[in-house]
Design a binder for this molecule. Structure first.
Ligand SMILES: CC(C)(COP(=O)(O)OP(=O)(O)OC[C@H]1O[C@@H](n2cnc3c(N)ncnc32)[C@H](O)[C@@H]1OP(=O)(O)O)[C@@H](O)C(=O)NCCC(=O)NCCS
Length: 373
């Protein structure tokens, strides 16, 4: 099997759905701008790119069905580059990275773009024509709302509203610090003159969070302040064989050491990262203690705290520049963002191993272990 590396990362600014700067921006245009930015940033020879794999959680007409191929055409990539859209809900673009890595390991190409996009302005969480399977809807939690899964984990793990708010406050604080230090601007491609995220709320206070009403259940503990916001955004990473990356002089951020997928009960989908991370770590021959950098997608504070507790993660290593509660979570784009972020953080911190992991609606987890080389 050939070694595979992350050889570049870029993303759009993340903007609040409906209210933000990309509410009227087409997702294909947004993703194409990010792909152009990634190509410019890495200097990759575009004629060598085998395929553009695009994660998208709602690949409906409004986002282009096979939006990947549209993005190839829009971004000026050669017509010889393929385009495939993959859907694993929130795990879509991490799956794009993992697919690309598998193809490269098999010898089916040297360079791929693994990207993701979501316009949560254009597509409501359930799509436009929800037709839940009646038997599954009656007998299982297959179609449970994501906020309800966050409430379930809060009660099962005894995570108080105050704990969730302390976590959310910390996410906002870390994001504000990263913005101040210029760390987020480094990864952002300017799109339509927008050069910064519109999602973070740097002025967040404990008092303001404590005053918000529950978002999903009148008696619940999860609020808008402890949830990731509905977000418009796109992201992309360059995935290449290590040999090709070295020969072509591409920037090598990290080697992919292992990957994993796992399933869990839909009603506690937020715990998905636990099993997928354990599997990926075991495949890399590593334990949690070996990991220097963790990117754990913050779909909700309760869900993140449950995963941190079960995995025994050191919070000082988790989401160093803030997580999705502050930065946002454009479903299809998050996986490539956190893989790219984890790889970039290995470079910045000098750490050796990173874990990027996220939960997935319907009850799944996905994880990728990276190593700085
Ligand atoms: C939680 C959710 C329903 C809130 O949606 P919303 O009501 O449109 O969100 P808003 O941004 O308007 O926030 C609601 C209120 O909380 C306030 N608020 C949100 N975050 C805050 C913060 N950090 N500090 C202070 N106030 C905050 C807003 O200002 C707003 O106040 P207002 O009503 O006085 O204007 C929505 O963000 C959501 O569904 N998130 C989860 C998405 C999801 O499921 N993703 C997949 C995960 S698997």
């Amino acid at each position: 099997m050939r070694n595979v590396v992350i050889a570049g990362y870029a993303r759009s600014p993340f903007q609040l759905a409906n209210k933000g700067a990309f509410a009227r921006t087409r997702p294909d245009d947004l993703a194409a701008a990010v792909v152009r930015g990634l190509v410019a940033r890495t200097g990759v020879d575009t004629s060598a790119i085998e395929d553009l794999v695009m994660g998208c959680a709602f690949p409906e007409a409004e986002q282009g069905f096979n939006v990947a191929r549209l993005v190839v055409l829009l971004s000026g990539l050669p017509l010889t580059v393929g385009g495939m859209t993959v859907n694993r809900f929130c795990g879509s673009s991490m799956s794009a990275v993992q697919y690309a890595a598998g193809q490269i390991a098999l010898g089916a190409g040297d360079v791929f773009i693994a990207a993701g996009v979501e316009s949560m302005t254009r597509i409501p969480m359930w799509g436009f024509n929800p037709l839940p399977h009646p038997e599954l809807a009656k007998n299982t939690a297959a179609f449970i709302g994501m906020g309800d899964t966050a409430e379930n984990l809060a009660s099962r793990y005894g995570i108080s509203r105050a704990d969730q708010e302390a976590f959310a406050l910390e996410s906002q604080r870390k994001a504000a610090e990263a913005i101040g230090a210029g760390h987020l601007v480094e990864e952002i491609v300017v799109v339509n003159d927008v050069s910064a995220d519109g999602t973070p709320r740097p002025g967040t206070t404990a008092e303001a969070l404590a005053g918000l009403k529950p978002a999903f259940s009148p008696t619940g503990t999860v609020t808008a302040g402890t949830s990731s916001p509905l977000t418009d955004g796109a992201s992309a990473v360059l995935v290449a064989s290590e040999d090709y990356a070295r020969a072509a002089g591409l920037p090598i951020l990290a080697r992919i050491r292992s990957v994993a997928i796992s399933g869990c009960s839909p009603e506690i989908m937020g715990i998905g990262p636990v099993e997928s991370s354990r599997k990926a770590l075991a495949r890399a021959g590593l334990s949690v203690a070996d990991i220097d950098v963790v990117e754990l997608n913050e779909a909700f504070a309760s869900q993140s705290l449950a995963c941190i507790a079960d995995l025994g993660l050191d919070t000082a290593k988790v989401n160093i520049d803030g997580g999705a509660i502050a930065i946002g979570h454009p479903l299809g784009a998050t996986g490539a963002r956190i893989v790219g972020k984890a790889a970039s953080l290995l470079q910045r911190t000098g750490g050796r191993f990173a874990l990027a992991t996220q939960c997935i609606g319907g009850g799944q987890g996905i994880a990728t272990v990276l190593e700085r080389v």
